[in-house]
Structures are given as C-alpha cells and as structure tokens.
Design a protein around this ligand. Structure first.
Ligand code: BG6
Length: 481
C-alpha cells in the first residue's frame, strides 16, 4: 500500500444526496408539494416559466419518482455501508415535515421516515450530515406568502428547524441552506418564479431588490437556526454552504483582475462573509444603492446575525471558471450554477464542466485563510453518461477525477495545514440532475436503471468505482495513486 496519501484519522469519507433528487414518493405519507415537484426535464433548476405553480397533465416530472430512495433507502444505505462510508449527507424535505410550511402540527409520517433512515445509517456507523433546505420549499409558501421576501418565512423556518432539532437530536453536523449563493442567478432573467427563494416576479418588479431582501431573510433564518442548534443540541456543529466555483482572471489585464475580484465577492464570498463574520461587508449598502434597492433590515435581526455565527464552512466544488471582462473575445464556458469563458489549460466533462483538481487545493487554502473555520467539502463529483451495456460499468474517468481531487485535498491538509472535516462525493448513487432533470448525467458509484424519460427497473448495480472508493476509504487514502 502506498502510504503517501493517508488522511488524518477520523476523516469523514462519504457521499451526499438531496431529497428532491433521490426520494421520489412525492405525494406519499402526507408529503406536500415542493417547488422542486414542478420542475420538468431540462428545466434549469431555478426557473419555472409559469406564474402559478401547476402540474400539467401528460408532462413528465423527474423528481416525482426520482430513484425512489423513499422505498429503497435500506438497500442503498447498505451499499454505502459496504463501501465503508463514514458519513452521508442527506437533506430533509421540508414538505414531508410541514406539507404546507405553515401547518399547525408536523407530519408524523415524515418524521418517521427520516428516523428510519437515520437508524439505518447508524447500523453501518455512518455519521449523518443533515441539510435543512436543499433547493426545495413548500410550494404553498410561494403561492400564499410570496416566498422568502416575506418576513413570516423566518418564523415558519424556525418552527421547522425546531422540530428537526427535537426529533433528530443525535445528529452532529447540520447545514442550513444548500448553496445559498444560487439565488443571485435569478437577478438577470425574466422567469416569474425563483426556486431558491420562492419569489414571484411580476413585470416591472425590481428583481435585484426582491432577491436581496429574500437573502437577508435567509441570513436571519440562518442565524436563528444557529442559535437554536447551539441551544438545543450540545456538541452539534452547524455550517453555511455555498457553491464554490473559483474564478480565475482570463488574463493579467488589471480590468480582469479587478472585475473578477468583485465578481467573486458578489457571487459567493458575500454569502459566507455574513454568517461567518456576523456582519454585512462594508460595500453592501453602496452596492444596494447602486441598484436602487432598499433592504428592510431590523436592528434586532442584525444583532442576531452578529451573535450567532456558523461553526464551519461547507461548500460544493466541481470545477473552476475563467473570467474575462471581454467575454465576447473568447469561447463561452459552461458550468455549475455560474459559468465564464473557456479555460485553455483545462479539460472538461461532457457537460462542459472544467476539471481542475488543483483548484480544490487553492480553494481550501483560500477559504481557510479567509475564515479560519473548519471546512467541509460536502459535494464533489463527476457527471458522465455511463455505458450500462458493459458487464461491469467501467467508469475509470470518475476514478481519475476523484483520485486527483482527493490527492489535492490531502495536500491541503498535510502540506498546507488546512482543517478539513471530510469529503462527501456527490451523488454516490445515480440521481436526478439538479441542473437539467436528466438521469443520464450520472455521478454514482452505483448505477440505477432508469433513463431520462423515467423508464427503467430502478435496479441498482455496482460500477468499477464502487470497489475503488471502498478501497480508498478502507485504506484512509492509502490506495490513492
Ligand atoms: C450542486 C447541487 O450545485 O450541484 C446539487 O447542490 C447538484 O443539487 C450538483 O445535483 C450537480 O449538479 P447537476 O446539475 O449536475 O445535478
């Protein structure tokens, strides 16, 4: 065994899933409709084209069944256990606990489901990491309250988190909102419903203002959740999460350096600065003024934010982007949530996401240097259209991707001194793509027999990477090449 890349003892190797992308059973056991239930195949995750959330006859909604984790969780967790997972990040569907978001009492069946899932994880000594809100909220909160623009959402979210902390009090790691920075993607567009914030946009609305008002409310909700977590769960840790996509200036033209600096702040760092430092950055009010936005902020809420900071930084990392102040001069790039121009030094996946393992080491150092808080990679993975006709699916490209990223994580810990809690691979079992609703964009070590149109037996099969990851975990990184 190669001992070059042996990780610190207790390092959390594992995987991550999101309820709306795996569970299915979208109306079972009292579950209410969430905004994710309205997304069609090919719909960009944050965009719904109708002003009212309606399910249309004859339309295929990929998340309604997804991979039916709701009925297969025992089988799936057993497979994760077989791989030796030390942790599993799942999200709770708000609509299983409060079907409409404002119900008087929580739905017992929903609580029971997650209790069963946690019991199953315990059986295999898998540490749970719970995301409280991952790209879904009760659709009733959009229709009846107008989403996160409404201050009342903070109270409703508090009711929800109180139930989670009461019922799942053994859980040690919590994440409040998945990729909270995705909301800014809805500023420049004309779609009427924004999934991440649950906002309804009418013609003539100041989208910028509405979105930042909603974000402020999410920050207040984050602070309340942190406060509640620290009060109710001794020893638990709670983090904020962003989609982390390091952005490199395409050239050393000072215009590129300067504009990229601001781009990173607006699109991402701002979203960690507030919950990690407890205050809004100095430029925030000027930025609002420049965009004719007046954000209603209560003194008490700002105090709450300053007194309740997060314990760790969670982030997803799939790729980096290159930024140019003159994008028309270059070929357009594509990517997860945000994109830039093509980086001539990097290769890309079939979906155009540029593969940048060193970017992960850079990111770990960058974030640790800025926040001095423990870091947690809660998503990283490689989406590919696997060839299921092979007797054993040979996904060497996925192995190569992880091998190179794990090594950079190792170097950040051992050679640079970064405090990294763990590494969750994204979609350890094939699930519905958040960006496109496809099944074809597979991330798993476990194949699920289902196609883009919903056809298939849902049968699970181990891919080559399954055995590879199992060995990596068993050797604590010792088998990395
Ligand atoms: C992250 C999301 O941004 O990227 C996940 O948190 C998502 O929900 C993942 O699935 C990969 O993106 P996609 O579009 O390939 O599923």
């Amino acid at each position: 065994m190669n001992t070059k890349y042996v990780f610190p003892e207790g390092f959390l190797w594992g995987g991550a899933l999101a309820a709306n992308q795996c569970e299915g059973a979208y109306r079972e056991d009292g579950k209410g409709l969430s905004v994710a239930d309205f997304l069609e195949l090919g719909t960009v995750s944050s965009r719904v084209k109708d002003f009212k959330l309606t399910l249309k006859d004859g339309v295929y909604y990929p998340r309604h069944e997804a991979i039916d984790f709701y009925h297969h969780y025992k089988e799936d967790i057993k497979l994760f256990g077989e791989m030796g997972f030390k942790c599993l990040r799942i999200s709770i569907a708000w609509t299983r606990i409060f079907p409409n978001g404002d119900d008087e009492e929580p739905n017992k069946k929903g609580i029971e489901f997650y209790k069963n899932v946690l019991t199953e994880m315990k059986k295999y000594k898998i540490e749970p990491i719970l995301t409280i809100s991952h790209f879904e909220m009760p659709s009733a909160l959009v229709e009846n309250y107008g989403g996160w623009e409404n201050y009342e959402l903070i109270h409703l979210f508090e009711n929800y988190t109180r139930v989670l902390f009461t019922e799942f009090s053994d859980v040690k790691y919590w994440i409040v909102f998945n990729e909270i920075n995705c909301a800014v993607n809805d500023i420049h567009g004309d779609w009427p419903i924004c999934i991440h914030t649950g906002l309804k946009m009418d013609i003539g609305d100041n989208r910028f203002e509405k979105i930042y008002q909603a974000i402020h409310h999410q920050f207040v909700a984050t602070a309340k959740t942190v406060q509640l977590c620290h009060k109710m769960l001794k020893g638990a840790q709670i983090g904020a999460m962003v989609a982390h996509i390091p952005s490199y200036p395409r050239t050393c033209d000072p215009e590129d350096i300067y504009n990229n600096f601001w781009r990173e702040r607006y699109k991402e760092l701002f979203f960690l600065d507030v919950p990690a430092t407890g205050k809004y950055p100095y430029y925030f009010h000027k930025y609002m003024q420049q965009n004719n936005a007046i954000i209603d902020m209560k003194e008490d809420d700002l105090r709450l934010i300053s007194e309740n900071k997060i314990d760790f930084i969670a982030f997803s990392y799939y790729m980096s982007i290159a930024f140019s102040s003159y994008p028309e001069k270059y070929q357009e790039g594509s990517g997860n949530i945000f994109s830039g121009v093509k980086n001539p030094y990097l290769k890309a996946s079939d979906w155009g996401w540029e593969i940048d393992p060193l970017g992960l080491r850079y990111s770990l150092n960058y974030l640790y240097d800025r926040y001095h808080l423990p870091l947690f990679i809660v998503e990283n993975g490689f989406g590919a259209d696997d060839d299921a006709l092979q007797e054993e699916i040979d996904d060497q490209y996925r192995i190569d991707y992880f091998n190179s990223h794990f090594k950079e994580a190792y170097k950040a810990i051992e050679e640079d001194g970064v405090d990294l809690i763990g590494f969750c691979t994204w979609g350890p079992i094939d699930i519905i793509s958040a960006g496109s609703g496809e099944m074809k964009k597979r991330y798993g070590f476990i194949y699920v027999d289902k196609d883009n149109n919903g056809q298939g037996t849902l049968q699970r099969r181990k891919k080559k990477s399954f055995y590879w990851y199992k060995d990596v975990i068993a050797s604590n990184g010792g088998t990395l090449q």
